[in-house]
Design a protein around this ligand. Structure first.
Ligand SMILES: Cc1cc2nc3c(=O)[nH]c(=O)nc-3n(C[C@H](O)[C@H](O)[C@H](O)COP(=O)(O)OP(=O)(O)OC[C@H]3O[C@@H](n4cnc5c(N)ncnc54)[C@H](O)[C@@H]3O)c2cc1C
Length: 284
């Protein structure tokens, strides 16, 4: 289908974009890579009066290293993340997750910021970014504010980004030397996760010294498996010890029931995938 008619603006600076948003009022939509928004417009599930294209704002793109964190511009594409040696070295879990997203065309257009603001609970970037303890920098007419990952995802398709605001960058604490793995369960290739688990661990002398585990599609937002994280610390990176710790993977989750599986099936999947992800991350 063809989208309903809308006005189009393509600002070249962040300030200009914020000005256009402020002038446009309520019925405006921002477009990044368009990989979620365009299908929505084409199906006329949304028909904004105005679309503001962020594609020409260079300051929103790119990955830098500020010492303790990687700073990823909201308009950085999945492909840019996969090509970055800095992300591979310091936030390996993000690379592991991004490589499972859709297909090369979508990874070429789709942006990290777009995926995070879209906040599909089955999206593959939210849980890793949550597990890595990232901060989200949101810019609006009043300036910048920083929101921690555990306050960014509010509900199904809802985040802390408000009207007239833009997500401008994501600050990911470096996890240098940590092993990482993203275990995604799908029926066929190039699909959204039925359930997925991102695990990153630091192994010291054969034991797990620190662990972060994020769950995809186990509730209306990405979730941390904190009970598993705590249970893993101090355990040897062996199949038996990890299996025991991962039994708590579904604790505190509220997974959906749909054509792909019931909530109970997803709870079962979460324990199996968490064990696999942690063992792979630990190199066991
Ligand atoms: C066929 C297909 C398969 C897919 N498979 C997967 C998959 O396997 N795994 C997966 O995780 N995803 C998958 N996706 C979804 C896709 O990865 C992301 O949802 C998409 O790339 C979002 O990023 P975007 O840059 O295209 O955002 P857009 O579609 O342009 O925007 C998405 C939303 O975010 C808002 N937005 C964008 N950027 C900003 C910003 N900086 N500030 C404020 N608001 C903003 C927009 O207004 C819009 O509401 C798939 C999509 C398709 C079409």
């Amino acid at each position: 289908m063809i989208p309903a008619q809308f006005d189009y603006a393509a600002p070249t600076t962040l300030q200009e974009a914020l000005g256009v948003l402020a002038d446009a009022g309520e019925d405006v939509k921002v477009i990044a890579g368009g990989q979620s928004l365009l299908p929505i417009l084409r199906m006329r599930l949304n028909a904004p009066d105005k679309v503001v294209d962020l594609g020409r704002i260079e300051e929103l793109r790119g990955i830098t290293d500020d010492g303790s964190h990687l700073v990823i511009g909201a308009m950085t594409t999945y492909a840019d993340v996969l090509a970055s040696s800095a992300v591979r070295d310091h936030a390996t879990l993000l690379v592991e997750a991004v490589r499972t997203v859709a297909d090369p065309q979508i990874r070429h257009r789709g942006t990290v910021g777009g995926a995070l603001v879209h906040a599909d609970p089955a999206g593959d970037v939210g849980a890793p970014v949550l597990a890595l303890g990232a901060d989200f920098v949101i810019t609006g007419p009043g300036g910048e504010r920083t929101v921690p990952a555990d306050e960014f995802f509010r509900d199904l398709f809802e985040t802390a980004v408000g009207e007239g605001e833009l997500l401008t960058r994501i600050r990911v604490p470096k996890h240098t030397g940590w092993g990482a793995h993203y275990e995604k369960f799908v029926r066929v290739a190039h699909q959204w996760s039925i359930v997925a688990v991102g695990a990153t661990v630091r192994v010291d002398g054969g034991s797990i010294a620190e662990a972060r585990v994020g769950l995809t599609n186990m509730g209306s937002t990405p979730l941390r498996a904190t009970a598993v994280e705590q249970a893993l610390v101090g355990r040897p990176a062996t199949e038996e010890a990890v299996r025991e710790a991962c039994a708590a993977a579904a604790e505190g989750t509220d997974p959906p029931s749909d054509l792909n599986g019931s909530a109970d099936y997803r709870r079962h999947l979460a324990t199996v995938l968490t064990r696999r992800a942690v063992l792979a991350a630990a190199g066991a």
